[in-house]
Design a protein around this ligand. Sequence first.
Ligand code: FMN
Length: 178
Amino acid sequence: MTILFINGSPRRHGNTVTLGERILQDCPHVTRHLADYQLNFEQDQRATHQPQRDLTDDYDRLMRTDFAGATDIVLGTPVYWYDMSGQLKVFMDRWFDSYSHDFPFAGKRLYLLIVGADQPATKAVGITTAVSQSCDWLKMSFQGTGVATADGPSDITALATLPSSCLALRQKILAVTK
Ligand SMILES: Cc1cc2nc3c(=O)[nH]c(=O)nc-3n(C[C@H](O)[C@H](O)[C@H](O)COP(=O)(O)O)c2cc1C
């Protein structure tokens, strides 16, 4: 198995990435920060004669180099205005390009991490709905959401124990790494 952790926060050392690294501790994985990639907005070419593809940015490289070979994808996002970060939304919008070119999404296991300051477990549930429904559509296997409350950039580091939803995801990942 190959685990890819995608950090959707612009903070490369913030709570989302710290949470992901704690959940994946001792599990071999690759971490990618969406902030390190130029990602253009999705262009809907369905009513045009243009290909449903944009090769002018880093999206295709990220998908080919890291996403395609991963069996397990951990998507992490901070809560921004009670939704996923713009970086993650733009990245997921672009999945339509990949879908249009028969990208091998099917069968990948996907785990979602959400970090927010204001009761994210109850106030940011729309993120889980969007990601799990997208997984269903792309025939990926949604494995659940780990949610943590944090705001200052070291808040997750300061937690003695991770929230139970995050520990449950870690157990799932450990089970498939055995
Ligand atoms: C632009 C912006 C919007 C935010 N909106 C919310 C929000 O709607 N709900 C919430 O719980 N936290 C919100 N936050 C707080 C972040 O989710 C929180 O600080 C989180 O820990 C940041 O994670 P990071 O360190 O990985 O970037 C917002 C932060 C920013 C910068």
